[in-house]
Design a protein around this ligand. Structure first.
Ligand SMILES: CC(C)(COP(=O)(O)OP(=O)(O)OC[C@H]1O[C@@H](n2cnc3c(N)ncnc32)[C@H](O)[C@@H]1OP(=O)(O)O)[C@@H](O)C(=O)NCCC(=O)NCCS
Length: 189
């Protein structure tokens, strides 16, 4: 199993407008508040209802490289005041390619933003930071991303962050729903 979260600099990665950093125990209240937005479980595998117990369990795993395993989960924050803006990261870093009908891909980007942080390029910036890190520091050759059909905001993030369309997979389980997923890839430069 590849454990990569320790390859993240202690202060995270920063482009001057957005910072991605490791999760901290005191992110709990902001995390739970953000995840009350039904748009997050609608399009992701984030559980709903999102309780403090679920958030606490996530933060415990996300700050412990042993328990986090092959995931690299990071918080997206405002570098000016530390406000939690969202979440991103790479699932299953370096995992073997799944069976043809598995819905889980290796090296798969995921992300969500708190409702108040949307519409100003935060997700695109955060995904670019994580991609650059994954290519140059972690050494991944290809990153993958899946968006449910109809999630135009996420497709926009994928395209602005340099991902290209691969295929649309039908009848894939994602969170509480089964539906069609658009697969994107981005290769290391
Ligand atoms: C998907 C999600 C993260 C996209 O958020 P977003 O704010 O639309 O995405 P970005 O951060 O890239 O911002 C893009 C918007 O900012 C605007 N923008 C402003 N400055 C920008 C900049 N410098 N760079 C990019 N976009 C910029 C864009 O025009 C765009 O606005 P528009 O949506 O009105 O066209 C968000 O909708 C969300 O959290 N949804 C729920 C969870 C989810 O769907 N997750 C993804 C699952 S695959």
């Amino acid at each position: 199993m590849v454990r990569v979260i320790h390859l993240l600099p202690p202060d995270g990665l920063d482009d001057g407008t957005v910072r991605v950093r490791g999760w901290q125990a005191d992110d709990l209240d902001a995390l739970v508040a953000a995840c009350q937005d039904p748009e997050i479980p609608r399009w992701t595998r984030v559980p709903s209802p999102y309780t403090h117990a679920i958030g606490r369990d996530f933060l415990t795993r996300a700050s412990d490289p042993e328990r986090l395993g092959a995931d690299a989960a990071v918080a997206i924050v405002d570098p000016a005041d530390g406000t939690l803006l969202g979440a991103t990261g790479i699932h299953r870093v370096g995992a073997p390619w799944p069976d043809e009908d598995s819905d889980l891909l290796p090296d798969e980007l995921g992300y969500w933003l708190a409702a108040a942080a949307r519409g100003r390029g935060v997700a695109t910036r955060a995904v670019r930071l994580v991609c650059d890190w994954a290519f140059t520091v972690v050494g991944r050759p290809t990153l993958w991303l899946q968006a449910k059909v109809g999630n135009d905001a996420s497709v926009g993030v994928a395209e602005r962050a340099g991902f290209t369309y691969v295929e649309t997979r039908s009848e894939i389980e994602c969170g509480a729903t089964v539906g069609d997923l658009i697969v994107f890839r981005r290769d290391a430069p």
